[in-house]
Design a binder for this molecule. Structure first.
Ligand code: ATP
Length: 593
C-alpha cells in the first residue's frame, strides 16, 4: 500500500469492481436468452411478464421511498396511466406502441411531479393521504370515463410492435428494460442526486442547510418514480394485451409497496427480490386454496414474519451480513490537504446584520439585534439560556424567517433566501443537536457538503471525493470515512458535522454549541480543531456556554439577554462588562485568569 493510501474499516461505500458491469451484462444476456429459448406454458410466460413489468414499477418506489423517504401509495395509478396510454393510444388512435409508451410515461411523470409538488406543504401521513386520493381519482376516472377508457370492460386486443409479437421475445425485451432501469437506479444511489435524496430522507432540515434544494429533490424523486410506474405499466399492457381498472386499484398500490418493503427499499436488488417473491408466493401456495382462508393466512403470516425479523427487507438483511464480511479490506486514496478560501476577498466584514428580530407571537426571541462579523478569527455569541442565540442562528441560516431586519453575507443580501440558497451563498453551519444523515457513511455525509454549488470541488466526482476525504482528514477522521456515522461516538459525530460544513468551503461557519455533550478530552480536541480552522482564515461564529472555550478561541464576543444585544466587542472587555456579569446570574462568568 502506498503512503497515499489508507485502509477503510467498513464496506458501506461500494467498491467499484472492474468486472461488475460486464458480469451484470452477461447475466442479463443469459436471462434474455433463457426467456427466448426455454419453452414455457402460457401460465409461466404470464407470471414472468407480470414479475418483470411489476419490478420496473417497484423500482420507482425504490427511488421515491427507499432513497428519498417519501411515501407513495399511488404507484398502481402511474402503472395504470402507462398501461392505458399504450392500450387506448394504439387501439383507438392508431398510434404506434413506442409513441404511446412515451406519452404514458410523460403523463405519469407530469402527475408524479404534481404529487411531488404537494410535499412543499405536506409530509408523512398527510402525504400518504394525498397519494391515496390521487390513486382513487385515477381508479374512478378509469371506471367512469367510459367513452375514453371503456369503463369496467377495459381495453382489449392491445398490440405489440411487430418484432416483439412473440411472447418469449417480448419477455426478453422486458427483462432488458428491467435490467437497464435496475442499473440506473443502482447508479443513482451514489450520484449527486442520489446522495441528495438520501440526505433528505435522513434529515430534511440538515439537507436544506447543507445546500440541497429539498423541494426540488422530492419533486424529482416523485417524477422519477412515476416514470418507472408508467414504463412498467406500458410494458404490462403490451404483455397482456388487455387492461381493466381493477388491475390498477389502491389494493395494487399496496401490493407494490409491500413488494419494495419486503425485498428492501434501499436497493434495486430488494425491489426485484420483493416483486419476485410476492408474485411467486401466492403461486406456490395455490395448492392451499381448497381450504378457505388458509392460503391468505399463510401468505399474510409469511410477509409479516419476514418484515418483523428483517426490518430492512430481505436484501437489507443479506447486505448487512455481507458488509460485516467485507470490513477492513477497502483501500482508499488519501484526500490531501484541505483548502479553505474563507469566502470573498477584500472586504473586512463577512456578515452584517442590522435590526434583526424574530418574534414568536408575543415573544421577542430576537429583538433588533445588530451584529458585525469581521473576516478571519472567531466571533462568539453568548448569553444565558433562552436569550435568543439559537434563534439568531436559525434566522441567519434561513430556518426561521426574520420578523424584521437585514442580513448581508459577503456583500450580498440573503435576508429572504431559503436555507439551501444561503448555503450556496457561503454559509456553513452545525446544529446544537447533531444532524447527520445517520444511514450514510462519514464520507457520504461530507461529500454532500462538498457538493455545495460554488465549492472548489465543482462537480467532478473524483475531486468531490478527494475534497470530502481532505475535510475528514482535517478533523482527523479519514480512517473512518467509510463507516456509517450512526456508529460514531458523540464527539466524532460533531467532528463529521464540522467536516461536512468545511467541505463546502463556506465564507462563514456557524457553530451552535459544538462543545455541548463533549467530555474534557473531546473539548480539548474541539478547541484545537477550532484554532486550526481559524488559522486557515475561515471566519467562525460560535455559540457556546463553556466560557473557558469561548475565551480561549474567540477574539470578539456579542452578548444577548432576553433577545437583545447587551454587549459587543473584544472578548476581554466584554467578559468584564457589568451588564454581562449581571446577566450571568449576577456573578462573574467562569472566565479563566
Ligand atoms: N419555534 C419556537 N416557537 C416558540 N418559541 C420559541 C421557538 N424557538 C425558540 N423559542 C423561544 O425563544 C426564546 C429563545 O430561545 P433560543 O433557543 O434561541 O435561546 P438560546 O439562547 O439558544 O437558549 P439555550 O442556550 O438554552 O440554547 C426562548 O424563550 C424559546 O422558548
Amino acid at each position: 500500500m502506498s503512503s497515499s493510501e489508507t485502509t477503510a474499516s467498513a464496506g458501506a461505500i461500494r467498491p467499484r469492481l472492474r468486472w461488475g458491469v460486464p458480469a451484470y451484462l452477461l447475466l442479463v444476456l443469459a436471462a434474455m436468452a433463457l426467456a427466448i429459448v426455454v419453452p414455457k406454458t402460457g401460465y409461466v410466460l404470464n407470471i414472468s411478464l407480470q414479475a418483470t413489468t411489476y419490478a420496473i414499477a417497484v423500482l420507482g418506489l425504490t427511488v421515491v421511498l427507499g432513497l428519498c423517504g417519501q411515501i407513495n401509495l399511488a404507484q398502481a395509478a402511474f402503472f395504470g396511466l402507462g398501461a392505458y396510454a399504450v392500450g387506448i393510444g394504439q387501439t383507438e388512435h392508431g398510434l404506434n406502441f413506442w409513441a404511446c409508451l412515451l406519452i404514458g410515461t410523460g403523463v405519469a411523470a407530469g402527475f408524479g411531479a404534481l404529487l411531488g409538488a404537494s410535499t412543499l406543504r405536506l409530509g408523512g401521513h398527510y402525504l400518504a393521504m394525498v397519494t391515496i386520493s390521487f390513486q382513487q381519482i385515477v381508479t374512478l376516472v378509469l371506471i367512469n370515463w367510459i367513452p375514453v377508457t371503456k369503463g369496467p370492460d377495459g381495453v382489449r386486443a392491445i398490440p405489440r410492435p411487430g418484432f416483439l409479437a412473440d411472447g418469449s421475445t417480448y419477455l426478453a425485451f422486458c427483462i432488458a428494460v428491467l435490467a437497464a432501469v435496475g442499473f440506473l437506479v443502482w447508479r443513482l444511489r451514489d450520484s449527486r442526486l442520489g446522495r441528495a435524496m438520501r440526505a433528505v430522507r435522513d434529515n430534511e432540515l440538515a439537507a436544506g442547510v447543507a445546500g440541497i434544494d429539498v423541494y426540488r429533490t422530492k419533486v424529482t424523486a416523485f417524477a422519477l418514480s412515476a416514470i418507472l410506474g408508467g414504463v412498467g405499466g406500458g410494458l404490462f399492457a403490451g404483455g397482456f394485451s388487455y387492461v381493466s381498472p381493477d388491475q390498477f386499484s389502491f389494493a395494487e398500490s399496496v401490493v407494490f409497496l409491500t413488494m419494495v418493503l419486503l425485498g428492501g427499499a434501499a436497493s434495486p436488488v430488494g425491489a426485484v427480490i420483493g416483486t419476485g417473491l410476492l408474485i411467486l408466493i401466492p403461486e406456490w401456495l395455490r395448492f392451499l386454496k381448497s381450504i378457505p382462508g388458509l392460503y391468505l393466512a399463510i401468505y399474510g403470516a409469511a410477509v409479516i414474519l419476514i418484515m418483523v425479523f428483517m426490518p430492512d427487507g430481505i436484501w437489507g438483511f443479506l447486505r448487512g451480513r455481507l458488509d460485516r464480511l467485507k470490513r477492513a479490506v477497502l483501500p482508499v486514496r488519501s484526500g490531501g490537504a484541505l483548502q479553505l478560501s474563507g469566502g470573498g476577498q477584500g472586504a473586512d466584514t463577512v456578515l452584517e446584520v442590522r435590526g434583526l428580530s424574530k418574534h414568536f407571537g408575543g415573544l421577542k426571541a430576537v429583538d433588533e439585534v445588530d451584529l458585525t462579523i469581521r473576516r478571519g478569527g472567531v466571533h462568539a455569541l453568548i448569553g444565558p439560556n433562552g436569550s435568543g442565540k439559537t434563534t439568531t442562528l436559525n434566522v441567519l441560516s434561513g430556518l426561521y424567517k426574520a420578523t424584521a431586519g437585514s442580513i448581508v453575507l459577503d456583500g450580498r443580501d440573503i435576508t429572504n433566501l431559503p436555507p439551501h440558497a444561503r448555503t450556496q451563498a457561503g454559509l456553513g453551519r452545525t446544529f446544537q443537536n447533531i444532524r447527520l444523515w445517520r444511514s450514510m457513511t462519514a464520507l457520504e455525509n461530507v461529500m454532500v457538503g462538498a457538493e455545495r454549488p460554488g465549492s472548489p470541488a465543482g462537480s467532478d466526482p473524483a475531486a468531490l471525493m478527494a475534497r470530502a476525504r481532505a475535510a475528514l482528514a482535517f478533523v482527523e477522521l479519514e480512517d473512518r470515512a467509510d463507516e456509517v456515522v450512526a456508529s460514531f461516538s458523540y464527539g466524532h459525530q460533531r467532528a463529521v458535522e464540522i467536516a461536512r460544513a468545511l467541505a463546502g468551503d463556506p465564507a462563514l461557519l456557524l457553530l451552535d454549541e459544538p462543545g455541548a455533550g463533549l467530555n474534557s478530552s473531546e473539548k480539548v480536541e474541539l478547541r484545537n480543531l477550532l484554532k486550526r480552522i481559524s488559522a486557515r482564515g475561515l471566519t467562525i461564529l460560535i455559540i457556546d456556554h463553556d466560557m473557558t472555550l469561548v475565551s480561549e478561541v474567540a477574539q470578539h464576543i456579542t452578548v444577548l439577554n432576553f433577545g437583545r444585544r447587551i454587549a459587543d466587542g473584544y472578548s476581554a472587555d466584554v467578559l468584564k462588562h457589568p451588564d454581562v456579569i449581571a446577566a450571568y446570574l449576577g456573578a462573574a462568568p467562569d472566565v479563566p485568569a
